[in-house]
Write a protein that binds this ligand. Structure first.
Ligand code: DGL
Length: 268
């Protein structure tokens, strides 16, 4: 089991931010990544649909004998992780609880902002997770639907992005949050623009980093860490548009991104 890969799935390209942090935290491990590019975005879809997609994505990864399933997609984590935990025989982690724990540990004022897709914000998953840790935390949430296409267009440092940031985050800034959870796979790439707007006194919580630490914790606790791999393999699968994944994905993962194989899932 120790030799088996870590499985990571996302609605598309964005989960590569999480994979990158996992590879940084566990450099000797093999990984299998599935991006459900035929059915992206998940962020605008219903709970039922996203939960069904998450089940199919995780089933695909289990077919590759993964030793842990990581739901890198915040929307899938918000809607589908409980179901996966019930049905899979390997450990499962999403990105919500690790992100919420990191935010709760950092906030001093107890005022925490959360940004994500429409689905993640509608689910209130971060809010529930934060309040379960500390009922006194006040949570202020905002959906930022334009951020995903802006990132995928590479507009990381651009006036149009600054405008979207000020439009979406103005309310959270006015509330005086001292901690902001970047609750979507794509948002770590906007750290510069968000920091510029929110100012140095707001701590940005990257769920990707927090999730990588959680994967390390789970594998260590279960004695599932691979000990001696010199040449780990990283396999990539998509359900559509492998060329776009390879091209846009390099901004997320770096040049080590190999061309993905295209697979068919459910009705994708
Ligand atoms: N991966 C999604 C998330 O983190 C963002 C893209 C989508 O809407 O599918 O919520």
């Amino acid at each position: 089991m120790k030799e088996n890969p870590i499985g990571v799935f996302d609605s598309g390209i964005g989960g590569l931010t999480v994979l990158k942090e996992i590879v940084r935290a566990l450099p000797g491990e093999d990984t299998v990544y599935l991006g459900d590019t035929a059915r992206v975005p998940y962020g605008t879809k219903s709970r039922e649909t996203v939960a069904r997609y998450a089940t199919e994505d995780a089933g695909f990864l289990r077919g590759h004998n993964v030793k842990i399933v990581v739901a890198a997609c915040n929307t899938a984590s918000a809607f589908g992780v409980d179901e996966l935990r019930k049905n899979l025989s390997v450990p499962v982690t999403g990105v919500i609880t690790p992100g919420a724990e990191a935010a709760a540990a950092v906030t001093k004022s107890g005022k925490v902002g959360v940004i994500g897709t429409e689905g993640t914000i509608r689910s209130k998953a971060y809010s529930k997770a934060l309040k379960a840790i500390d009922a006194g935390i006040q949570v202020f949430e905002a959906a930022c639907p334009l951020f995903v296409p802006l990132v995928e267009e590479g507009l990381l440092d651009d006036p149009i992005t600054d405008l979207a940031v000020s439009r979406y985050l103005g309310g959270l800034k006015a509330e005086g949050v001292d901690t902001l959870v970047l609750g979507c796979t794509h948002y770590p790439l906007l750290k510069g623009a968000i920091k510029k707007f929110m100012g140095p006194s707001t701590a940005l919580i990257d769920s990707a980093e927090a999730t990588a630490s959680e994967v390390l914790r789970i594998l260590s606790e279960k004695d599932l860490c691979r000990k001696d791999s010199q040449n780990p393999s990283h396999k990539f699968f998509v359900t559509d548009s492998p060329e776009r994944f390879a091209q846009v994905g390099r901004a997320f993962f770096g040049d080590r991104l190999d061309s993905p194989e295209t697979v068919r899932l459910g009705c994708a």
